[in-house]
Design a protein around this ligand. Structure first.
Ligand code: NDP
Length: 286
C-alpha cells in the first residue's frame, strides 16, 4: 500500500516559508515582491486560475497587479502592455494567463516577457537554460513534481524515470529536470508502443497526459513513486487525475492524489519563482 504525498500540505509549508520571508522584508521596511498577472478575455477557467493566483499572493503578503484586458485586445496592445510591465521596476514577475483568445499569438507574447521576470519559465532563453543546466526560471508544475519527489525522500540519481507526456508545459521540462538529477529518463507520448510495459520499468512514474484514470496498476512497478499531474473532469463534474488512484495505491510505494496533489504545488512554485525574481532584482542570490 502506497504512502500518499499530499501536495496541499507541502504547498502550505512552502507558502508559510514565503510568508515568513515577506514578513521579514516588511519589518525591514524593504520593497515587497510583486507579481503581475495579465488576463485577456473572460474564459471562466482562466478567470478562476487568475483569482487563485491573486489569492495566493495575498495570503503570503506578496503584492500583485492584476491586469484584465478585454477579448478585443489586439496583439500590438498586448505586446505594449507586456513592455510596460518589463520596464516597471516595482514588478518582479510577469505571467500571461494562457490560452489567449483566438487570433492572439502566444509565442510572441512569451518571447516579449523579460527573461528575468519570466516566472512561468516559458521564455526560450529560460527553456535553453534548463537544458544547459544553467540557473534560470523553470516552469512551475515540473518544479512542483520535483519538490514532491524530494519530500518523498526519492533521489532520482540512478533511478529509471518514465514521463508520460511531452508537452513544453509539463512533460518535456519535468523529464529534463529528472535527467539533470541523474535519473535515466524515458519520455512517452501518444505514439509510444506498449506503454504499460515501458511504464512498468519506472522507479519514478510521472503521468502528464490528460486522460482520466488511464494509468492503472498494470502500468506500475511495485514500490514506484507515482506523480499524477493530470487534471480531468468526470461526467459527474468531479476532478480526477490520469492515474487510477484506487488500483495504483495498492502497488505504488508513493503516490500523489488528485485533487490536492500537484495542483497546489504549481501555485506555490509560482510564488517561489517570484521570490527568486525579486531577490535577483534586489541583487541578492537565494
Ligand atoms: P498536452 O495535451 O499538451 O500533452 C499531453 C501529452 O500526453 C502529449 O505529449 C500526448 O502525446 C500525450 N498523450 C496523449 N494521449 C496519450 C496516450 N494515450 N498515451 C500516451 N501519451 C499520450 O497536456 P499538458 O502537458 O499541458 O497537460 C497534461 C495534463 O496535466 C492535463 O490533464 C492538464 O490538465 C494537467 N496539468 C496540470 C497542471 C497542474 O497544476 N496540476 C498544470 C498543467 C497541466 P503527443 O505529444 O504524441 O500528442
Amino acid at each position: 500500500m502506497a504512502q500518499v504525498m499530499m501536495g496541499s500540505e507541502v504547498a502550505k509549508d512552502l507558502r508559510r516559508g514565503i510568508a515568513e520571508q515577506i514578513d521579514r522584508l516588511k519589518a525591514q521596511g524593504r520593497r515587497l515582491p510583486r507579481l503581475a498577472v495579465v488576463l485577456v478575455g473572460d474564459n471562466p477557467a482562466s478567470l478562476s486560475y487568475v483569482r487563485g493566483k491573486e489569492k495566493a499572493c495575498a495570503e503570503v503578503g506578496m503584492a500583485s497587479l492584476m491586469i484584465h484586458l478585454p477579448s478585443s485586445t489586439t496583439q500590438a496592445q498586448l505586446m505594449e502592455q507586456i513592455r510596460q510591465l518589463n520596464q516597471d521596476a516595482t514588478v518582479d514577475g510577469i505571467l500571461c494567463q494562457l490560452p489567449l483568445p483566438e487570433g492572439l499569438d502566444e509565442r510572441q507574447v512569451i518571447q516579449e516577457i523579460a527573461v528575468d521576470k519570466d516566472v512561468d519559465g516559458f521564455h526560450p532563453v529560460n527553456v535553453g537554460k534548463l537544458h544547459l543546466k544553467e540557473d534560470g526560471f523553470v516552469p512551475c508544475t515540473p518544479l512542483g513534481c520535483m519538490e514532491l519527489l524530494h519530500r518523498m525522500g526519492v533521489d532520482p540519481a540512478g533511478k529509471r524515470a518514465v514521463v508520460i507526456g511531452r508537452s513544453n508545459l509539463v512533460g518535456a521540462p519535468v523529464a529534463r529536470l529528472l535527467l539533470n538529477e541523474n535519473a535515466t529518463v524515458t519520455i512517452c507520448h501518444s505514439k509510444t508502443a506498449d506503454l504499460p510495459a515501458v511504464c512498468r520499468q519506472a522507479d519514478i512514474l510521472i503521468a502528464a497526459v490528460g486522460r482520466a484514470k488511464m494509468i492503472t496498476s498494470d502500468y506500475i512497478k511495485e514500490g514506484a513513486a507515482v506523480i499524477d499531474v493530470g487534471i480531468n473532469r468526470t461526467e459527474e463534474g468531479r476532478l480526477t487525475g490520469d492515474v487510477d488512484f484506487d488500483s495504483a495505491v495498492e502497488k505504488a510505494g508513493w503516490i500523489t492524489p488528485v485533487p490536492k496533489g500537484v495542483g497546489p504545488m504549481t501555485i506555490a512554485m509560482l510564488l517561489k519563482n517570484t521570490m527568486k525574481a525579486y531577490y535577483g532584482h534586489e541583487g541578492e542570490q537565494k
